[in-house]
Design a protein around this ligand. Structure first.
Ligand code: CAP
Ligand code: MG
Length: 432
């Protein structure tokens, strides 16, 4: 046991000098949980598996195990946030508290369940520059979710086909179209050509509908020069406010998210969380929760992040977990069983509800999440509609109208054929 990393009498962990964390920790057989926790605290702050700290100053930066609940295998650790890279670097924090420790041999389970940032620390991090309010203002959409889709198939469309799908969705009444997370620059769908055609499609749809539209372009790339080239081309070609930058926040990385936030502070940064399941799934003994991911995405300055569909769509993710992830990202204050986080005015990162939703599931999601301050992006739930993308978009709009009028989709479908067809198609039990 490395006793210098344990202080169960730590005076006021909420003093402002510590980032606080709570882990579910199960040590390998024969190892005491407090012993294992002290090793985790060492490895995630100043130490190693043997004593290496030999100055008083360094010792003052040790992470401290300050609370333990042996029955529930929970340990709380306080990290002096002076150890983190100055200048608001989020990847550096995760390298400490969600880094090597996941690979430690004496650990059987180690899940970062929640984190708490003191006000003094929050001041050093960017937070979002834009979020839902700016999207609402641009689209002139209030008191209902932002209705979106993802271009599907996931890959395989040529530029004109890609842009046509976007046009059909916007013309059908949809607000917001996004690139799918892997769509980038493929030989059969060159990036810049596709941007040009999306602009034309957007102009056409806006002229026809009289409504403004938004497209979220994936700018995730192999390197920052390419990311910048893509972003700058979009800025040149698209109207201000009509585009977001989508970054695959885990596979492209936190530095990509923060670079986009800092280089283009007026653009909505759309954090797609592909790969998160390897860390966040409830059955994964090692990793972090979706709520932790949301909190760090907000700290990093993402304007919106996917937060799951609370058990209503196709992805795993419990109702509690996904609702917490959505609230942690967006609300001014959020309470878990472990911490009460006040964001002290840091803008919210709006939740994006997606995976496996379709128009029939919209009202159930609104009821579950308890408000309409979110963006929904339905891929299969729109493009697979019997009348195609445009019909799917109109069915989604009609499903939202039904919710706004407080009537069931079945009732509203009586004189709304796109919705009626959606009920027929999506209402069928999926063949196993
Ligand atoms: C949804 C989606 C999103 C997932 C991501 C997909 O498509 O585009 O990437 O929603 O999951 O590729 O599966 P569908 P999450 O609407 O056709 O399901 O939002 O949970 O991060
Ligand atoms: Mg996708």
């Amino acid at each position: 046991m490395q006793k210098e990393y344990i202080n169960l009498n730590l005076k006021n962990p909420y003093s402002g000098g510590y980032l606080l964390t709570v882990f579910h920790l199960v040590p390998e057989k024969g190892i005491d949980i407090l012993d294992a926790a002290s090793e985790v605290a060492a490895e995630s702050s100043t130490g190693s598996n043997v004593r290496v700290v030999d100055t008083k100053f360094a010792a003052g930066l040790n992470a401290q195990v300050y609370k333990i609940d042996k029955k529930r295998s929970l340990v709380w650790m306080a990290f002096p946030w002076r150890i983190f890279d100055r200048g608001g670097n989020v990847q550096n924090i995760l390298t400490y508290i969600a880094g090597n420790i996941f690979g430690m041999a004496e650990i059987k389970a180690l899940k970062l369940l929640d984190v708490w940032f003191p006000k003094e620390m929050l001041k050093n991090y960017d937070g979002p520059s834009t979020s839902l309010p700016e999207v609402r203002k641009y689209l002139k959409v209030y008191n209902r979710p932002i209705l979106g889709t993802i271009i599907k198939p996931k890959i395989g469309l040529k530029p004109h086909e890609f842009a046509e799908k976007a046009y059909q969705f916007w013309a059908g009444g949809g607000d917001f179209v996004k690139h799918d997370e892997p769509q980038a620059d493929q030989d059969f769908c060159p990036y810049f050509k596709t941007v040009d055609l999306i602009r034309e499609a957007m102009d056409r749809a806006e002229d026809e509908t009289g409504r403004t539209k938004i497209h979220s372009f994936n700018i995730s790339s192999a390197d920052f020069d390419t990311m910048k080239r893509r972003a700058e081309y979009i800025i040149k070609k698209m109207k201000p406010g009509s585009f977001c930058f989508l970054v695959d926040g885990i596979t492209a990385g936190w530095t990509a998210v923060q670079t986009a936030r800092r280089l283009w502070p007026n653009v909505f940064i759309h954090f797609h969380r592909a790969m998160h399941g390897a860390f966040t799934r409830a059955e994964n003994p090692i990793g972090f929760t979706a709520g932790v991911l949301s909190k760090f995405a907000r700290l990093a300055g993402a304007s919106g992040i996917h937060t799951g569909t609370a058990g209503i769509g196709k992805m795993a993710g419990t109702k509690e977990e996904d609702i917490f992830a959505a609230y942690a990202a967006y609300q001014p204050k959020v309470k878990s069983e472990f911490f009460e986080q006040d964001w002290y005015g840091m803008k919210g990162c709006v939740s994006i509800a997606s995976g496996g939703l379709n128009p029939l599931k919209l009202s159930a999601y609104i009821k579950t999440i308890g408000h309409t301050d979110f963006i929904t992006t339905m891929g299969g739930g729109v493009h697979a509609h019997p009348m195609g993308t445009r019909g799917g978009a109109t069915a989604l709009v009609q499903a939202c109208e039904a919710w706004q009028k407080g009537v069931s989709v079945e009732k509203y479908a009586k004189d709304h054929k796109e919705l009626a067809l959606a009920i027929e198609f999506y209402g069928k039990k999926k063949k196993k």
